[in-house]
Design a protein around this ligand. Sequence first.
Ligand code: ADP
Length: 297
Amino acid sequence: MDHTEQQRLGAPEPVALRQAPLGGQANSGAAQRLLEAQVPYYAEQAGEVALFEHAHRQCLPLLIKGPTGCGKTRFVEHMAARLGRPLITVSCHDDLSAADLVGRHLIGPEGTVWADGPLARAVRTGAICYLDEVVEARKDTTVVLHPLADDRRVLPIERTGEQLVAPPGFMLVISYNPGYQNLLKSLKPSTRQRFIALNFGYPAPAVEQAILQTEAGVDAALAARLVKLAEALRRLTDHDVEETASTRLLVMAARLVASGVPLLPACQAAIVNALTDDADTAAALDEVVRAVIGHGG
Ligand code: ADP
């Protein structure tokens, strides 16, 4: 059974799930192995797996804060599969309205029919609903999120008069990148205080190295070099880059190398050029890349 249903409104882009065994779990019996094979690989940072399990058990909604490409989405995918819940992911954007989440009437050959949006579908099916970059969504979405995120756990569907009560399996997970925040785009305290919150950063070096080895199939030495490069790039603060080298970019560089691209052009394509359009900034980043990985690459 595929636990992941991608609902990328306005951005239809499938997520590639890499599958690997659950770390540290007893591996007994065919059923256990089958379950493990369906759980996307996720290297834990600091106790977040148990925290998510407790939150799910206690019917508490979760907010994950962290920079892009640090593992938020993979974490939620891993947890949904681990808990045996379907996952419905919505990538929020500035046009996303409450109706996009809840549903709308559609006109078909049979007349007008109601079509559930991803949030209503998640509530009906007891899924985990993940709203990625929730601060991007239109403000009217808070009207439907608030009653779902507090003790009521209900989704009122104004247009049909229904009031959906969330079953215990349902969980609301939202994320945003605090680095992108501005005054117009931030969570209201009344929204924020309905969620327990996890702060994500880039994984510790040993964890990030293990991720590169698993995700890209590169050896320990190459993975360690890329992690060193990331550390050097992340120390640069005075350059005009909105974001720094994420784990996602490192994985892409490692995949290029695994496929036969030499290290230097792989890092230039996957990291330097991906991070900036500005020629001076690119030159500064390139200098760091050459200093850390060497000209021979
Ligand atoms: P975010 O949602 O924070 O933008 P993702 O979860 O999409 O980032 O992570 C980007 C990629 O980085 C993933 O597809 C995966 O290859 C890798 N990755 C990052 N963190 C982890 C982790 N802790 N375990 C496994 N893979 C990870």
